[in-house]
Design a protein around this ligand. Structure first.
Ligand SMILES: [Zn+2]
Ligand SMILES: [Zn+2]
Length: 543
C-alpha cells in the first residue's frame, strides 16, 4: 500500500488515530505524512512523542512501513497528479488547510479554523483582510469540509478557541461560491439528533433564499463522491512557492517590532516573542520604527491601539506609506479592545489581537505570522531521472569515503582562482549533499533541502548567484541566514559519461560579488577535471 496522510495540525484530536492505523505497521507499505511544523519540534518528533513507551508498546520508528515526513508551510506542491495548496488557518496552533485539485474538481479541508474577525462568527458581514484571503483559498470548491463546532449563539463564550460557527461556514461557502459543504468537528456535547436538527435549520434557510448550496453533516465512515461542476469556471490556484519546508526555519535571525503603550502588556508580548527564539525590538517614535524596519527586516509588527494613549492605527498607516512593494507587505497585528474592520482595512492592519488574550494565544499568533513571512526560500526540485541518477552515484562507491588529494587539489585551486574562501565537490544524495572535498568548510554534509547544489543538479547548468540577499530563492535559506552565511555561489554540474548529474564543483563566498562571465568557463574546466577523476574510479574497478 502506498499512501499520503495530510494532517492539519498536531492537536491530539487530530493525530490520536495514528498509533492505531494498521497500514503503518505493515512492512513494504510506504507512507508520506504531511503537516505543519509544531511549536519547537518537527512533525516526526511530535508524532513520535505520542508513541513513547509510557503510552504505547511500539515506537513510530519501529513501524514496519517506510514513512517519510514533510513539514509544510503555506504554498503549493504536487502529490502525483494532485495539486495541493496549503493555507494557514486561524487556530491556537500552527494549522494548515488543504486544497486538493485533480480531474477538474477541488476539495478543501479546513479544520480547525476561527474567523479572523469575530463579528463574522455571529452575523453576516463583509469579508475583508485575512478573512477575504481565506475565502479566496476556498474559491469555487466542489466540496468544502469545514470546522463548524459551534452555533453563532454559542460562539461568544468560545472566542479564541479556534473554531467556527455553523452560520459563518454557510456564509463563507456562499461568498466563495462553494458547491457543497460538509460540516464537521462537531461539538462533542451534541448528539446525532442535535446535529440533524442544526442541519435541517440550515437547509430550511437555504431553501427560503433559493440557494443551490448543499450542506450536510459529515459522519464517521462516510464516503462522498465529487464530480466536476458542468457550469464552473477554471479553478484557481493558491500560492506560488513550494509548500514543503523540512528544516528548522531560521527564526532566530528575525525580529518582531513592538509598539505597545501598556508596560505590562509590552513585557508579556516581548516574553512571548523571545519564547519563540525571535528577537523583540521596541520603538519610541515613528522615525525609530522606520529605521528599524529598513535595517532589521522584522517579520512582524505588533501595535497597540488605545487612543489617546497610543494610536496604533496612525502608526500602521505610516508604515504602509513607506512600503513600496504592495505584494510583500509586512504583517501588522493590531492589539485593541475591539476590532474595527473598516478603519483597520484603511490603515492596512493585517490581523487583530483582541484584549484580553492569553500568553499562549499571543504566542501562536506570533509564531504563525513569523513563519508565514520567513519560510519562502525554495528547495531544488527533484530531477526526472532521479532513480537512475542515484543508481549511478551509488555505483561509484564514493559516498562516505575519506578525503583524497586528487580531489582536494582541485578545490584548493578553485578557491585560489576565484579568491573565494570555500570550494566544494558536492555529491547530491537522496536526502543530503555530501562533500567529497571541502576546502574552507568544516562540515561533511548538509540536508539536500537547503543545498544550492540541488538546484544545479536539477537544471544541469552552471548557476551563479551574485548576491543571495537579492535572490528570492535563497534570501532566507538556512545556509544564508546561518553558517556558512553564503552570499555568493557559483556551481558547475558534474555530469558522468552515462548522463547522470551527480553533484557540483562550486565556490562560495560570504561577500556578494559581481558576476563575471569568464568565471564560468574556468569553473567548467575544473568540474571536467573532477568528473575525470570520478570516472577513473569506474575504469579502475573494471580492470
Ligand atoms: Zn485544534
Ligand atoms: Zn480539533
Amino acid at each position: 500500500m502506498r499512501g499520503h496522510i495530510l494532517i492539519s495540525h498536531t492537536h491530539w484530536d487530530h493525530i490520536q488515530g495514528i498509533p492505531f492505523f494498521a497500514p503503518l505497521f505493515v512492512s513494504g507499505n510506504e507512507w508520506d505524512i504531511y503537516g505543519p511544523k509544531g511549536l519547537g519540534q518537527s512533525l516526526r518528533e511530535t508524532l513520535a512523542g505520542q508513541m513513547r513507551y509510557t503510552y504505547f508498546p511500539v515506537t513510530l520508528d519501529q513501524c514496519g512501513a517506510k514513512i517519510r515526513y514533510h513539514d509544510l508551510v503555506e504554498g503549493t506542491f504536487d502529490i502525483d497528479d494532485i495539486k495541493v495548496s496549503t493555507h494557514y488557518l486561524n487556530h491556537p496552533a500552527l494549522t494548515l488547510g488543504y486544497r486538493l485539485e485533480a480531474d477538474g474538481v477541488a476539495v478543501v479541508y479546513c479544520c480547525d479554523h476561527e474567523p479572523y474577525s469575530r463579528m463574522l462568527a455571529t452575523s453576516p458581514g463583509n469579508f475583508t483582510g485575512q478573512d477575504l484571503r481565506y475565502a479566496k483559498f476556498l474559491n469555487r470548491a466542489d466540496l468544502l469540509i469545514h470546522d463548524a463546532q459551534y452555533t453563532a449563539e454559542e460562539y461568544p463564550a468560545k472566542v479564541g478557541w479556534g473554531h467556527s460557527s455553523i452560520e459563518y461556514v454557510v456564509n463563507l461557502g456562499h461568498y466563495a461560491e462553494v458547491r457543497r459543504i460538509a460540516l464537521t468537528h462537531h461539538d462533542p456535547l451534541r448528539d446525532d439528533d442535535a446535529i440533524d436538527r442544526l442541519v435541517a435549520n440550515v437547509r430550511a434557510k437555504l431553501r427560503q433564499n433559493a440557494s443551490s448550496l448543499d450542506v450536510f453533516a459529515a459522519a464517521e465512515g462516510q464516503i462522498v463522491e465529487v464530480a466536476p461542476s458542468p457550469t464552473k469556471g477554471p479553478a484557481r490556484r493558491a500560492g506560488e512557492f513550494q509548500a514543503e519546508m523540512p528544516i528548522e526555519p531560521a527564526l532566530a535571525n528575525w525580529s518582531v517590532l513592538l509598539g505597545i503603550g501598556d508596560a505590562k502588556m509590552a513585557a508579556a508580548l516581548s516574553e512571548a516573542v523571545r519564547a519563540e527564539g525571535i528577537c523583540a525590538k521596541f520603538f519610541s517614535d515613528m522615525d525609530e520604527a522606520r529605521t528599524l524596519i529598513a535595517k532589521d527586516r522584522p517579520s512582524l509588527v505588533i501595535l497597540e491601539h488605545d487612543p489617546p494613549r497610543i494610536n496604533g492605527m496612525e502608526m500602521c498607516h505610516a508604515i504602509r506609506q513607506q512600503e513600496n512593494d504592495r505584494d510583500h507587505q509586512l504583517p501588522v497585528v493590531m492589539v485593541a479592545a475591539q476590532e474595527d474592520p473598516d478603519s483597520g482595512a484603511a490603515a492596512g492592519v493585517t490581523d487583530w489581537l483582541i484584549k484580553p488574550f492569553t500568553d499562549a494565544y499571543a504566542r501562536t499568533k506570533i509564531r504563525a505570522w513569523a513563519l508565514r513571512v520567513a519560510c519562502q526560500w525554495m528547495r531544488g526540485a527533484i530531477p526526472k531521472d532521479e532513480q537512475q541518477r542515484l543508481a549511478s552515484l551509488r555505483a561509484l562507491r564514493i559516498l562516505d569515503t575519506g578525503p583524497e588529494e586528487r580531489f582536494d587539489r582541485i578545490t584548493r585551486l578553485a578557491s585560489a582562482l576565484f579568491d573565494a574562501p570555500i570550494a566544494l565537490v558536492s555529491l547530491v544524495d537522496e536526502n543530503r549533499q555530501w562533500f567529497k572535498s571541502c576546502y574552507g568548510l568544516n562540515v561533511k554534509e548538509t540536508s539536500r533541502d537547503a543545498a544550492f547544489c540541488a538546484h544545479v543538479v536539477y537544471n544541469r547548468e552552471p548557476m551563479i548567484v551574485p548576491d543571495t540577499f537579492q535572490d528570492k530563492r535563497f534570501a532566507d535559506n538556512p545556509l544564508v541566514i546561518n553558517e556558512p552565511r553564503i552570499r555568493f555561489y557559483a556551481g558547475c554540474p558534474l555530469i558522468l559519461h552515462d548522463g547522470a548529474c551527480i553533484g557540483t564543483l562550486c565556490v562560495i563566498d560570504t561577500r556578494p560579488r559581481p558576476q563575471e562571465v569568464s568565471d564560468v568557463a574556468c569553473l567548467r574546466d575544473l568540474a571536467d577535471l573532477v568528473v575525470q577523476e570520478i570516472q577513473h574510479n569506474i575504469s579502475l574497478r573494471r580492470h
